[in-house]
Design a protein around this ligand. Structure first.
Ligand SMILES: Cc1ncc(C[n+]2csc(CCOP(=O)(O)OP(=O)(O)O)c2C)c(N)n1
Length: 728
């Protein structure tokens, strides 16, 4: 085969030195707290007492990283690296150390003996870096840990970044997850002219934690056909010998780089095939799990088996002979050829990666906040519902929001996107299509409704994919919006967790810049499932959201059009938050004119004067509500009470920003006890009609003085609605 000697000798040599250095640095982080260059014989006291980290995926990641460095320089690529097996933290950190970025961001980790020792010691140790890729990792937009989102994040990063190539490693175990299975289809949305390129690299190392992977145990033909079926052009790189694998990988990456160039230039020049979806290349890299570690340990298979997944050699106290095995393994990379006398990497290795922000770990997309431009927002009051008197006029909140979104799209053509799992129109946001289309690279027929090769809306019936794309888009500094049925947003509960964790951790990393907020519109909500029913009811996403660190989350329940517009504007201006807006899409009575909507939203809640008869005095009862239907029901109840018992003094309070109910010390929007008591009184009964489950209000208010008087009208258990009243 002509790949056998594809690389000239000098190139092979340096790429292999780089690979050895990255492997050595990965193992060093997992094992050593002293004697980092093995200058003296390895002893138990040099080895960390608690061994943490994952070796199995690391050599594959190092191999890929080394080869990408080669082609970035050769083809002057603007490249970002995303790794699904984020548990391969030691490998990614090793590469950022070689690239020099790690020392730039953390000056105590110097490029010498002392720095090397600290690099090793601080890995997965208190005060250091976690064992997975995290916000502390330069160049990362991707929290390691929960598997399944690498490819949707990669595609999200590539959207509207026409010059970016995102190399995305997908573990073959990760490839078994549901979210990943849907993500392969995102190539049917990418526009080769206006978006970047994603090159998926399936890392077929054969095993997960304790099991073989499905993809490794089907025939090559089946595997290739699968990816051809997904619309990719798969290239297989398969070898156990490091040298010949280098030749094969280099040869494939050269081919792929040329294909990428052809795709990009072809579409820019609008060549004849520009009407067709390009066949995007991908790589299937088949190398042994834990590649280059000892073949066996204690007579058991290690390299090329799941035993290599985490820490391949352990029990040094009980089995001192393991110390020698580890030492020999580390020495097999010949550290004396990788580092100079001062413990600094030799120049040839240091010089190998690309320079400045061409280094994948220094790509500005990896710190998206640096690239963020504020959205150009139209004046929301221009879309106001004219409300001369409360409770007279009907309006459709999300329909009007659609006009506002339409104009945001109009003003932010490459900086704002909307994602939805096939619910955009159902959620009444149709007006957006006056300004844009749904981006789509499947067949398009002349009778199709707003399907086009360019468009600001992406609809795919996978909440995971919508969420992953939006996260990738936000993490690389742009703005977006996700509209979804309330009941089904639970599908991404866990992705929401991961993003919330990222925001919290990234906020604590000095060099990371704030990114635009993740904005959800949850509609088709629990109370108005007119076409559906019990199957579509669950208001529990809020319960999930409020468990996260308060600083980063907001939950809004605007009861009408004007409050929805004010809320949306606030969300689009915010950064580093997750904003959940829950609003009905049906025709509903309007309560607030724009002026009062602005005032009430600024406080997050307010007394509905038109419905209250306490006239500034202490009321006999407080009727509180949060959510559009509970507001309507509360006001209906109040009008009945006014007729039946006009002597009762009633105060009606409408809560729009749910987090105002939390104590001020716990949430930036929380009311002080004084403010709370002034509104809700210290001892008068409070009847609270709430959109979701009642215990949530209990949780938010239980430390308030008159909390014992609270009574709830809300969903107590899963029941068919709206056949029953909310009052029970
Ligand atoms: C969604 C999810 N489920 C389970 C796990 C636990 N887990 C961590 S690594 C791993 C195996 C991953 O295998 P693969 O993706 O092939 O990575 P590699 O073999 O390269 O380490 C599993 C199941 C996880 N991190 N995320």
């Amino acid at each position: 085969m002509k790949e056998i000697n594809y690389l000239p000798k000098n190139e092979l040599e340096i790429i292999n030195l780089y690979f050895n250095a990255a492997n050595y640095l990965s193992i060093g982080q997992i094992y050593l707290m002293d004697n980092p260059l093995l200058k003296e014989p390895l002893k138990l006291e040099h080895i960390k007492p608690r061994l943490l980290g994952h070796w199995g995926t690391s050599p594959g990641l190092n191999f890929i990283y080394a080869h990408l460095n080669r082609i970035i320089k050769k083809y002057d690529l603007n490249a970002l690296f995303i790794t699904g097996p984020g548990h391969g933290g030691p490998a990614i950190l090793a590469n950022t150390y070689i690239e020099g970025t790690f020392s730039e961001f953390y000056p105590n980790i110097t490029q010498d003996y002392a720095g090397l020792k600290t690099l090793f010691k601080q890995f997965s140790a208190p005060g250091g870096v976690p064992s997975h890729v995290s916000p502390l990792t330069p160049g990362s937009i991707h929290e390691g840990g929960e598997l399944g989102y690498a490819l949707s994040h990669a595609y999200g990063a590539a959207l509207d970044n026409p010059d970016l190539t995102v190399f995305c490693v997908v573990g073959d175990g990760e490839a078994e997850t549901g979210p990943m299975a849907a993500s392969w289809h995102i190539n049917k949305f990418l526009n080769p002219e206006t978006d970047g390129i994603v090159v998926p690299i399936l890392h077929l190392n054969g095993y997960k934690i304790n099991n073989p992977t499905i993809f490794a145990r089907i025939s090559k033909e089946e595997l290739i056909n699968l990816f051809k079926g997904y619309g990719y052009k798969p290239y297989i790189v398969e070898d156990e010998s490091v040298d010949s694998a280098h030749h094969k990988m280099a040869s494939v990456l050269d081919k792929i780089s040329k294909e990428i160039h052809k795709i990009k230039t072809g579409y820019k020049k609008n060549m004849p095939d520009a009407e067709n979806r390009p066949l995007y290349p991908m790589i299937i890299l088949k190398t042994p799990k834990g590649w280059t570690c000892p073949k066996e340990i204690d007579g058991l298979k290690l390299e090329g088996y799941w035993r290599a997944h985490q820490v391949p050699i352990t029990d040094f106290g009980e089995k001192p002979e393991h110390i020698k095995i580890l030492e020999n393994w580390m020495k097999s990379y010949e550290p004396e050829k990788l580092f100079d006398e001062q413990g600094s990497l030799i120049n040839a290795i240091k010089e190998f990666p690309p320079k400045k922000d061409k280094r994948m770990s220094a790509n500005l997309c990896g710190n998206g906040g640096l690239l963020t431009k504020d959205l150009i927002l139209p004046d929301f009051s221009a879309y106001a519902e004219k409300v001369e008197k409360p409770a007279v006029k009907y309006g459709k909140a999300t329909t009007t929001l659609g006009y506002y979104l339409r104009d945001i799209v109009e003003k932010n053509q490459d900086n704002f996107r909307i994602f939805s799992p096939d619910e955009h129109n159902s959620n009444r946001l149709n007006a957006v299509f006056e300004a844009t289309d749904r981006q789509w690279w499947g067949d398009i027929f002349d009778y199709d409704d707003h399907l086009a090769h360019k468009g600001r809306v992406i609809e795919i019936l996978s909440e995971h994919t919508c969420e992953g794309l939006l996260e990738g888009y936000l993490l690389t500094g742009r703005h977006g919006f996700f509209s979804c049925y309330e009941a089904f947003i639970h599908i991404i509960d866990s992705m929401f967790n991961q993003h919330a964790k990222w925001l919290k951790e990234a906020d604590e990393v000095e060099w990371r810049r704030p990114i635009p907020s993740l904005n959800y519109l949850l509609t088709s909500h629990v109370w108005r499932q007119d076409h559906n029913g019990f199957s579509h009811q669950d208001p529990g996403f809020i319960d999930h959201v409020i468990t996260k660190k308060p600083k980063y989350i907001r939950v809004y329940l605007p009861p009408d059009t004007n409050t929805l517009l004010v809320t949306a504007d606030e969300c689009f201006r915010s950064k580093n938050r997750i904003n959940v807006i829950i609003a009905g899409k049906q025709e509903e009575l309007q309560w607030y004119n724009m002026d009062s909507a602005i005032k009430t939203c600024a406080k997050g809640l307010g007394i509905m004067d038109f419905a209250s008869n306490d006239k500034g005095e202490e009321p006999d009862i407080v009727m509180a509500c949060a959510g559009d239907v509970p507001t309507l029901e509360t006001l209906a109840a109040v009008s009945i009470l006014n007729e039946l018992v006009p002597e009762i003094k009633i105060r009606v309070i409408n809560v729009i920003d749910l987090m105002t109910l939390t104590p001020k010390e716990e949430h930036p929007d929380g009311l002080s006890d004084k403010e709370f008591d002034t509104l809700f009184t210290e001892n008068k009964p409070v009847v609270f009609a709430f959109h979701g489950y009642p215990w949530l209000i209990h949780r938010l208010c239980y430390r308030r003085k008159n909390h014992p008087t609270f009574m709830y009208g809300a969903i107590k258990k899963k029941e068919r609605l709206p056949r029953r009243s909310i009052w029970r």
